[in-house]
Design a protein around this ligand. Structure first.
Ligand SMILES: [Zn+2]
Length: 398
């Protein structure tokens, strides 16, 4: 009879400080349940190994990814254990991308990736956590057990659109505070804007894995990596996984890229401008009608790029700063954007909507029928916003 064997790195990243080791977290009962579930055998052996231990599945290091490896016959199971020791939003899933990367990049074929919820009093069922668990299920994690509060809540997503929808539902309360945004440009064409610093990278990685798992051959998906402070990317192993998955184009938002965009066109396609509008306003939503149809929402400049480029007294770096400033922009649907750029409507320094002089009655009644917001909320009307409006409106007086 073959007896299943667990090999688990005993040290966690901070074990020497906290005195808490992996063998303290996992009970015999947990191991027995896992073994029975995966192999049918309630008998097992377990070896907790130190940092210097190394084999085909574990590196010489502490327990990265909160993983245990289970060997049974010719098969290898990667078991990722939940973490509720800290109530932080990201702490419960921060090991997950690491576990996923180790699993995905290992060349061994007969392997499976599973997740085990350790018993805890933590709250695993916030909307944020549920969203993350569903991303994990989509990316290929199998859940070995389900805490009662999560029953029926761990289904994989069916499509990228499904992810976008769920994302909207769970981020309503904190709409401009996301690490990652998924935008649909048109059918089969998606942009992911992912922050890469600090804990954001865990969320960005997981969303990319799930989106990539769902992508069909017709889908064009671009990941824009960004970080306002310096040019950090996702962890190397995450980038390797995405490369291997092969259906995501990865672009870094950096000055060079932005300068190219600026030289080429007066266009609205600056990734940094979009990223900053996402940070400032949250998901795409027209500021004048509330329209949320991603495919027809654009970043509208207040002080137009064509005007910024005429200012030869500004260096290209300064021009770029104005052209990509989030306060120099608003999300608008194509209708309102066109009306705004044709100066049929304009905004005052207080954020009030005005019609052009001598506006035909038919124009006015149409605008009234498609507009629901005639005065922008005060939080949008910042000092810099007023400044850009002044610059824009001064062009109208010629
Ligand atoms: Zn609109």
């Amino acid at each position: 009879m073959v007896i299943p064997k667990f090999i688990i790195k005993n040290n966690m990243q901070k074990s020497t400080k906290t005195g808490l080791y992996f063998r303290d977290l996992i009970s015999d009962n947990d191991l027995e349940q896992i073994s029975r579930n995966l192999t049918g055998s309630s008998q097992y052996t377990v070896e907790f190994v130190n940092n210097d231990y190394k084999d085909d599945f574990l590196d010489e290091s502490y327990n990265k990814g909160r993983l245990g490896i289970l060997h049974f016959k010719s098969k290898v199971y990667y078991i990722c254990f939940s973490d509720f020791s800290n109530a932080g939003r990201n702490s419960a899933v921060q090991s997950v991308p690491t576990a996923y990367n180790m699993f995905y990049l290992n060349k061994f074929v007969d392997k499976e990736l599973v997740f085990y919820f350790l018993p805890s009093s933590g709250n695993n069922a916030t909307n944020y956590h549920k969203f993350m668990y569903r991303l994990m299920a989509t990316a290929g994690f199998k859940f070995l057990n389900t805490p009662s509060e999560l029953i029926d809540k761990l289904q994989p997503f069916n499509s990228i659109d499904d992810i976008i929808l769920a994302r909207k539902e769970n981020s309503n309360r904190n709409s401009s505070n996301n690490a990652t945004y998924i935008l649909k440009n048109n059918n089969h064409n998606y942009d992911i804007y992912g922050k890469t610093y600090g804990a954001n990278k865990y969320e960005t990685s997981l969303i990319c894995y799930a989106v990539s798992s769902l992508a069909t051959r017709n889908d064009k998906i671009t990941l824009y990596q960004y970080n306002e402070k310096d040019l950090k990317e996702l962890p190397k192993s995450s980038l390797l996984v995405l490369k291997k998955m092969g259906n995501l184009r990865i672009i870094n938002i950096d000055d060079e890229l932005e300068k190219q965009e600026l030289r080429k066109t007066n266009s609205i396609r600056s990734p940094r401008f979009n990223a900053r509008l996402l940070d400032r306003f949250g998901d795409k939503k027209c500021v004048l009608c509330g329209c949320e149809i991603n495919e027809i929402i654009q970043g509208a400049h207040i002080w137009p790029v064509s005007e910024i480029k005429k200012r030869k007294d500004l260096s290209i770096t300064e021009q770029l700063e104005f052209a990509t400033d989030g306060e120099n922009g608003l999300w608008m649907c194509q209708n309102h954007h066109k009306l705004f750029d044709s100066h049929i409507i304009r905004l005052t320094e207080n954020g009030q909507l005005k019609y052009m002089d001598q506006i035909p009655e038919a124009y006015k009644s149409y605008i009234n029928s498609v507009t629901t917001i005639f005065c922008l909320p005060p939080k949008i009307v910042t000092r810099d916003f007023r400044h850009y409006i002044r610059l824009r409106n001064s062009l109208l007086q010629d």
